[in-house]
Design a protein around this ligand. Structure first.
Ligand SMILES: [Zn+2]
Length: 411
């Protein structure tokens, strides 16, 4: 297999370049100020032809090795290659609509793509372990990939426990709940500095994140292109917190454009919980980052008080937009998807909720619309809390239930 052609890191804001190692997980030192820190991206010695692109979007990200950061093949569990499910919506007429179901990954979320890169990098820099601060999906995925790499991991969660606590703890790593976000970050920083642990999640305000992680999300763009019969979507709707996924998918399409495989970029539609929506605010203000107050949201994993500069780059370069989506809209989209056979996590349904605005955004006539669903519904915060109605086992009792159900569905 062809090896990675990654050759360095570049600041998304000031363009400063750095060697590939060590990954600058706390952002670009050249342009950092008290209020601003920029993320870095990986640069490549891009191959001359697109021969690196396989014909089929099968699982296993190492299939795309030349255009990804260096990956350790034995850590792969067949991430990616997730299905693209057609999802016609009556209200949107004949618009071609698809769900990219990232809930089908090894730990049932998109984070597996990222954590393959992070754990591979932890091995490359001979880190003593991996540390992640996460309220759910990311923590479980980081724990799983660290275990696979034979590295210890510490997962710092919030007091609000992840929906499926046994899931996060299943991989045999240290999982602890800490009182608040600031404490999580302080402990993470000390594990990085004093124990030489590798950071799998963000350590800075504004968020910069691990420079290699988002690169693996490029594979979603490659897969979409192949799955759509070598076409480009008109727009891609993405659940957005720190915008690693948004940026990664955008960069993947940017590379397909570079190779002349597509003739335009899809518009990247960042879907943020209305309880905060800092990226939307930053774009409105024309600033690289914006700080906002966050209200309560059940999509707590992506309700953040400050955006990353990555998100600004993805939206501006692709002529996209940031959409603020309410919890009620997410719940409605989640219900609509489950009625169509797809049970997704509430914060994953935010992309579909955004897509339902396609008509007012003037979208849906120039090509397929894609909503990325990041995770399975079994991680949802209501899991385990919904009782099943009991009946006494008689035919009459069952009939009564059927009537009640029909009545409820009509209402
Ligand atoms: Zn910089």
């Amino acid at each position: 297999m062809t090896k990675s052609t990654a050759n360095g890191q570049r600041c998304l804001y000031c363009g400063a370049t750095y060697p590939l190692y060590p990954p600058l997980a706390t952002g670009c030192p050249a342009c950092a100020t008290d209020n601003f820190k920029s993320s870095l991206e990986v640069t490549y010695d891009y191959p001359e032809s697109a021969a690196w692109l396989p014909d089929q979007p099968l699982p296993g990200l190492t299939r795309y090795a030349p255009l990804l950061p260096p990956l350790v093949e034995r850590l792969s569990m067949g991430e990616g290659g997730t299905p693209l499910v057609a999802h016609p919506v009556r209200e949107l007429g004949d618009a071609e609509i698809y769900i990219k179901d990232e809930g089908r990954n090894p730990t049932w979320s998109h984070k597996d793509r990222l954590n393959l890169a992070v754990s591979s990098t932890a091995l490359a820099v001979e880190a003593a372990g991996v540390v992640a601060a996460s309220s759910g999906n990311h923590g479980a995925s980081a724990a799983a990939y660290a275990s696979r790499a034979g590295l210890p991991a510490v997962i710092l969660t919030t007091p609000r426990p992840p929906a499926v606590a046994s899931f996060v703890q299943a991989y045999g790593q240290t999982v602890v709940a800490v009182p608040d976000v600031e404490t999580r970050w302080t402990l993470m920083e000390r594990l990085v500095e004093e124990f030489d642990y590798h950071p799998a999640s963000n350590q800075t305000i504004p968020p910069t994140n691990h420079p290699f992680g988002a690169e693996n999300y490029k594979t979603i763009a490659y897969e979409l292109y192949l799955q759509l019969g070598r076409r480009v979507p008109e727009a891609v709707f993405v659940p957005t917190g720190y915008a690693e996924l948004l940026f990664g998918v955008h960069k993947g399409f940017r590379e397909l454009l570079h190779y002349g495989l597509i003739d335009r970029l899809p518009r990247m539609m960042a879907c943020e919980p209305a309880a905060g929506a800092p990226l939307k605010r930053a774009l409105e203000l024309g600033q690289p980052v914006a700080y906002v107050d966050t209200g309560p949201s059940n999509a707590y994993a992506i309700a953040v008080p400050v955006n990353s500069y990555r998100g600004v780059v993805a939206v501006q370069e692709s002529d996209g937009a940031a959409l603020a989506i309410t919890d009620e809209e997410m719940v409605a989209a989640q219900r609509q998807l489950s009625r169509a056979g797809m049970w997704v996590e509430l914060s994953a349904a935010i992309s579909m909720a955004g897509l339902l605005h396609a008509r007012e955004l003037g979208l849906g006539r120039r090509g397929p619309l894609v909503a990325i669903s990041t995770s399975s519904g079994f991680k949802d915060h209501t899991v385990g809390q919904t009782p099943i109605p009991r009946i006494d086992g008689s035919w009459e009792a069952l009939l009564e239930m059927l009537e009640k159900k029909a009545h409820h569905d009509d209402a």
